[in-house]
Design a protein around this ligand. Structure first.
Ligand SMILES: *Cc1c(COP(=O)(O)O)cnc(C)c1O
Length: 234
């Protein structure tokens, strides 16, 4: 697994997708999704210039964050998994971003639990845009209500939206869903013109070009950087 090579190839793919969409090349940020992968893989990515990493499991993420803190290596950590309220404190205390916010209750807990000596926690509202089966994400109609609530929480900073659409190989379907997200993102920016609403997190290994075409500003890539994940018991 040549992580440096993979990162270069993905950056190249991001550039190509931006060019085709007539978008500036620096508008799309790469989040390296390192769940289930060892710190040695993260270190290799860091040495190749990658700073932002995404983790899905609270305990695993916190262990990695603490490892790199001890090494005095400053990385940017995004929580991108489903969050149970009894684990919110660990996210509030250790992560820089929380991308899967979909409930007032979690927002309030994160706000209370964010340490005063840290910058506000950057948050994205997760929208359940296409996957009716999935329990994560709120319905589009509820976006503004939740956003207005977050506005009043001083230790959170609302930065935008995130979605994990139901996977489909059909590019037209992918784009249809991503366009809906882009519309919601526009609506959010219009509603809060004085806030730094700048992040639309969508696009994974298999649907990245469609996401960029439709306005994504952050793609979350795991497999294409670190290889397939092994979930079998070790
Ligand atoms: C695992 C995961 C990714 C990365 O998926 P790949 O297909 O490996 O690129 C992105 N976003 C979320 C929310 C994930 O859980």
């Amino acid at each position: 697994m040549d992580i440096q090579y993979n990162l270069q190839r993905i950056q190249q793919n991001i550039h190509t997708a931006c060019e085709q969409a007539l978008r500036p090349l620096n508008e799309v940020k790469l989040l390296a999704v390192s769940k289930t992968k060892p710190v040695s893989n993260i270190l290799a990515a860091y040495q190749a210039g990658q700073i932002a990493f995404g983790e899905n499991y609270v305990q695993e993420g916190v262990e990695k964050i603490q490892y790199f803190e001890q090494q005095k290596i400053k990385l940017e950590w995004h929580f991108i998994g489903p969050l149970q309220s009894n684990k919110s404190r660990l996210v509030a205390e250790h992560f820089d971003w929380m991308q899967t916010l979909d409930r007032v209750k979690i927002a309030e807990r994160l706000n209370e639990q964010r340490p005063a000596n840290k910058a506000p926690l950057n948050v994205l509202i997760q929208i359940n845009i296409s996957d009716e089966e999935s329990k994560s994400g709120i319905q589009a109609e509820s976006m503004l209500d939740l956003a207005k609530h977050i506005e009043n929480l001083p230790h959170l900073r609302l930065r935008g939206l995130m979605a994990i659409p139901a996977p489909t190989p059909n590019v037209a379907e992918q784009e249809n869903t991503f366009k809906k997200m882009a519309e919601l993102f526009g609506q959010l920016k219009q509603t809060f013109p004085n806030r730094q609403i700048d992040t639309l997190s969508m696009g994974m290994t298999d649907d990245m070009p469609s996401a960029i075409k439709c306005g994504s500003t952050m793609v979350r890539i795991g497999t294409a950087i670190f290889g397939a994940r092994d979930y079998s018991p070790k």
